[in-house]
Design a protein around this ligand. Sequence first.
Ligand SMILES: [Zn+2]
Ligand SMILES: [Zn+2]
Length: 192
Amino acid sequence: MGKFSIHPLVDNGVAVHAHAGFAGGTLVCKCKTDPVEVRVDSDYKFNHLCGCTQCWKPTGAAFSMLAAVPREAVHVTKHREKLKIVDPGKLLHRYACKDCGVHMYGVIEKPDHVFHPFAFIHPELSRDSGYAAPTFAAFVSSAIEGGISPDDMAWLRGRLKELGLAPYDCYSPELMDIVATHAAKAQGTLHA
Ligand SMILES: [Zn+2]
Ligand SMILES: [Zn+2]
């Protein structure tokens, strides 16, 4: 495994295997009884690891696993009453199960925000397999804020590369371009 757990689904090699035509599944929280269920009618896109301190992580893991889906593809199908927003003061409203603490999905309510059309989910909660493996790790330096020693960062970045997960300290270049394109259109620099 290494010096510490990056995420249980990558610690011993990436244990996520895409099936062609995967079109969504049901996310289930960790409650033994009456779990919250969220149906997602979409492929899970931009699957990646995130080192920030806000995303939900499995116990002992330094990173979360996170993907984006169209927000209208997310449907709470069981035990909506157990969901509450972790911190309504944050830009991303993360809906978590009150009992087990797992974050089921997150959305941004600001209509002009670049990520407003999306909901962010944790693919590992999916009862249905076949979603694409993570391809990069975002906010890697933030792992230090999460408790990883700065001395272990060289090992961490090396291990992520070995796993085929390009390490970035913000988003991947593809996502950064989406963010910058949105900003350039909003400023009028770039015409739609
Ligand atoms: Zn729960
Ligand atoms: Zn995060």
